[in-house]
Design a protein around this ligand. Structure first.
Ligand code: SF4
Length: 397
């Protein structure tokens, strides 16, 4: 159960939030009705104050980040026509389609020997020619060449795809990938679990219950993972809370999730954005902050809530550090997926820019590894007057 947390009640102006504040002060778990009420409330200061208090009770002023490197080995995907929110996927013969050879993966990964990179984050499309052998060969080569780098790879949707094309069970697939070097799994592919929402935005994608089943299997094998929710498209507040409830239930069962990461939908260059007349209109800062704060309050059994600056801008990410967030996306060499969908942020951020961003929020930057173990704390030179930095693309971007 969550710990009891003292709140500054003067910051909460919406009367509908008072019973929720009572629960937080008593250390009671929030109900699904409470979750919906939090989303429905206009009192963003009140919601944020509660999330901030809960976060500070767990993590103080420390904000974690990791030096990671994204590798997207293939954008060829069998669901190209049915995931209507996706801007990244291509059919095999479509302009811009690519599948890296092993040499190309190693070439891209080589940046890790000249930077602080401690984690490869590897995700891509559901490519019929990228099965188990493609990934086990890749992971073995990465471990041989970069033994110090953790491999966080393959969403539940990709794992299920590999299992299907290689005619193996999910469990057998996970064991084979782990033997080849897979350390943890990212949390993508979850979108929103509601069957109705999936029928609209990702009709043929792994169902919510199946996504949960893959992560359960991974956790039972000792493979930790993250979890996500893609918000800001056609889902309702009830859909969001039903999704978070499924994540919370699995965490009660396995304890395998490391972090929750709300992902903002980007409407450019995809069919859904065009249909909804949303192109050029990303999610609002109000909703971005609400999502991290409610994630912190509702998911009382997941230690870390992460902000993804590529999606919501570094400025919203910085502000979210006072709305329940204790973890910030890291240096991210060469992000592709959200830039295809219209993200205008840089594709990488230097260590110095991350430190200034966190310190600018009057927080203490802490570098972590992929399993959230502290590597070093940057507690010198807090630079209280530092201004919000403009993120700069690293030389590698
Ligand atoms: S969201 Fe993933 S599964 Fe769906 S089309 Fe894009 S790459 Fe393929």
């Amino acid at each position: 159960m969550p710990a009891a947390v003292a709140l500054d009640r003067g910051l909460i102006s919406d009367p509908a939030l008072r019973p929720i504040a009572d629960k937080i002060e008593r250390g009671d778990r929030l109900s699904t009705d409470d979750g919906v009420a939090l989303f429905a409330s206009p009192d963003i200061v009140g919601v944020g104050a509660m999330a901030n208090a809960v976060n500070r009770a767990k993590h103080g002023d420390h904000v974690l980040f990791a030096a990671n490197q994204h590798i997207n080995p293939t954008n060829i995907c069998t669901l190209r026509k049915t995931c209507v929110f996706c801007s990244y996927a291509r059919l095999p013969k479509e302009d811009g389609a690519y599948r890296y050879t092993l040499e190309q993966v190693l070439e891209e990964a080589a940046t890790a020997n000249s930077t602080l990179t401690r984690e490869f984050h590897i995700v891509g499309g559901l490519d019929m020619k990228a099965g188990l052998a493609y990934y086990t060969e890749m992971f073995r080569a990465l471990k041989a060449n970069f033994p110090h780098v953790h491999i966080k790879a393959l969403t539940a949707v990709e794992i299920a795809h590999i299992a299907r094309i290689d005619k193996m069970s999910v469990r057998e697939t996970l064991i084979a990938l782990r033997e080849a070097g897979l350390d943890t799994m990212p949390g993508g592919g979850a979108e929103v679990f509601s069957a109705g929402v999936r029928a609209t935005i990702a009709d043929k994608k792994l169902a919510g219950e199946q996504w949960i089943a893959v992560h359960r299997e991974a956790h039972q094998l000792g493979i930790r993972s993250n979890c996500t929710m893609l918000y800001g498209h056609v889902e309702t507040y009830t859909d969001r809370i039903a999704h978070l409830s499924m994540l919370r239930d699995l965490q009660d069962e396995t304890g395998g999730f490391l972090a929750y990461i709300p992902l903002a939908y980007h409407p450019d260059n995809n069919e859904l954005g065009h249909t909804l007349h949303r192109e050029g209109t990303a999610t609002s800062g109000f909703d971005d902050l609400k999502n991290v704060a409610i994630g912190r309050l509702f998911l009382d059994n997941i230690d870390h809530v992460k902000t993804h600056w590529v999606m919501v801008t570094p400025f919203i990410s910085q502000t979210s550090l006072h709305f329940g967030v204790n973890d910030m996306e890291g240096t991210m060499v060469r992000e592709k997926i959200y830039h295809e969908a219209g993200a205008h942020t840089a594709q990488a951020m230097t260590l110095d820019a991350i430190l200034r961003l966190i310190r600018g929020a009057r927080k203490v930057p802490v570098e972590r590894d992929a399993l959230y173990r502290v590597l070093r704390t940057f507690d010198g030179d807090p630079s209280p007057d530092s201004v919000v930095p403009a993120p700069t693309a690293s030389a590698a971007a």
